[in-house]
Design a protein around this ligand. Structure first.
Ligand code: BGP
Length: 466
């Protein structure tokens, strides 16, 4: 018997730059992701963010499909460059209207909007004042947050600050979120993002006392590749640099002693003002949202190995090396997706328990899912039994964690409908709904329900009983 509470927020997730398309329409200005095709090291031209799933035009149809699946919630991101036009903060009213209509349509369908305020698509105008390297980033993020809270605060209860803040520091280059002009260290960028996040949380508390706001990093249990003490040490350190430092700062209000020592040991220094120290102390979240795809297995790595690894870029789930700390290796005990990401549903249960144990805050899983090369049959069907199997196992793991007492309030897997992968194009599909386009040919964008669509509909209807 499963343990999902009646109010459980079943739904799914997307992000603006990966689904909307229409990057030059509706008054949207350029973001760092709009030019990713030209900058990335993967095959050029496959990312397709320019058109993506053209949700900008198909949003009503897409929400109707979510309603048909019985979604209780929908986690989407608002595109900062669709809302703010320039460094002065001028507001794009067309952009405001787009999300207003979308939110109204969700509410009409009794779907709770869960809004990510910033999901990788930094507006390019921020470069004029130093981009992510500068503390100006946080100031501009706060002004943008104010516009969101003013316009949508009466309708949106759940706010997520920054998607996968940890990935900026860890794999920023691979997924294209760090500008080529950036000169700051990854830890300074992380700090500037932490301050931006704290500014948004503080403002939210002031402006919207009934709203709930939280961070949304990618968190994953870390295994030691062996029982060698060196590998276990790598596991402990990796845990910190991959997971905890990003949650400790926001939940506990200060960088941990571990992180301060790490900076000393690596001769790095953060530029932090006394005002920032105060701000970080006070801006506490109401819940923790996190994205989970798989666990990581690590072994000790030398600095030389790190240098070597720079030639093969890491992504969110594999190939990560932290100099002198550790590197991820394959886990022989786990199955893999077509794209080599390991599948570990027990790891999800453990990750939930680890987070809850450490912070005792309500949690939401805001991403989880399987990227695959789905095949459209001649009679327009997608038999994605592998996706159903993946979700089935992860839902059991969530139920088990609930039985063990964790406070989990929602699940919005990735993704509601097909969209463009961060760095592997439209060929890597995640949705419950197929969007008819391929890597090199934009077809009609027709939406087709996958087998997993009907399966998930039943899961929601029975509150996870399947
Ligand atoms: C997360 C991101 C998403 C998403 C997902 C899957 O890190 O928050 O934006 O795309 O990973 O990754 P990918 O698209 O690379 O397969």
């Amino acid at each position: 018997m499963n343990k999902f509470p009646k109010s459980f927020l079943w739904g799914a997730s997307t992000s603006a730059y990966q689904i909307e398309g229409s990057i030059k329409q509706g008054g949207k200005v350029e973001s760092i992701m709009d030019t990713f095709d030209e900058r990335q090291s993967y095959p050029k031209g496959i990312t397709g963010f320019k058109t993506a799933s053209n949700h900008y035009k198909h949003w009503k149809e897409d929400i109707a499909l979510m309603a048909e699946m019985g979604f209780k919630s929908y986690r989407f991101s608002i595109s900062w460059p669709r809302i703010i036009k320039n460094v002065k903060g001028d507001v794009n009213l067309e952009g405001i209207k787009f999300y207003n209509d979308l939110i109204d349509e969700l509410l009409k369908n009794k779907i709770e909007p869960i809004v990510t305020m910033f999901h990788f698509d930094t507006p390019n105008f921020i470069e004029e004042v130093g981009g992510l390297d500068s503390s100006n980033f946080g100031k501009l993020f706060e002004s943008y947050s104010k516009v969101l809270f003013e316009n949508y605060g009466s309708k949106v209860k759940y706010w997520l600050t920054i998607n996968e803040l940890n990935m900026f520091a860890l794999v920023g280059q691979t997924i294209g979120v760090i500008s080529e002009n950036s000169k700051a260290t990854k830890w300074q960028i992380m700090h500037n993002l932490n301050v931006a996040q704290a500014r948004a949380i503080k403002l939210c508390k002031q402006m919207l006392p009934n709203a709930k706001i939280g961070p949304a990093p990618n968190i994953a249990t870390v295994y030691s590749a062996s029982s060698k003490p060196q590998d276990y040490t790598a596991k402990l350190n990796f845990d910190q640099l991959r997971n905890w430092i990003y949650l400790d700062i926001v939940c506990r209000g200060d960088y941990s002693e571990w992180f301060k020592n790490f900076l000393k040991a690596t001769n790095e220094e953060l530029f932090i003002t006394p005002e920032e120290v105060e701000l970080l102390k006070t801006a506490k979240p109401d819940f923790i949202a996190f994205n989970y795809y798989s666990t990581l297995t690590v072994e000790h790595a030398t600095v030389a190995e790190y240098e070597k690894s720079l030639k093969t870029p890491a992504d969110q789930q594999s190939g990560l090396v932290i100099p002198g700390v550790g590197k991820t290796v394959k886990n022989p005990n786990l199955e893999k997706t077509q794209f080599g990401w390991e599948i570990d549903s027990i790891g999800l249960k453990n990750t939930l328990k680890e987070i809850y144990d450490r912070y005792q805050l309500p949690m939401m899983i805001t991403e989880n899912g399987i990227g695959a090369r789905d095949v459209l049959t001649d009679d327009n069907k997608i038999h994605d039994d592998y996706r159903i199997e993946y979700y089935q196992k992860h839902i059991i793991a969530m139920s088990d964690a609930l039985k063990d007492g964790v406070d989990l309030i929602g699940y919005t897997p990735w993704s509601a409908i097909d969209l463009v992968s961060t760095h592997e194009g439209i060929g890597k599909r995640y949705g419950f709904v197929y969007v008819n386009r391929d890597e090199f040919d934009e077809k009609d964008m027709k939406r087709i329900r996958k087998d997993s669509f009907y399966w998930y509909k039943d899961v929601i209807k029975t509150n996870g009983k399947k």
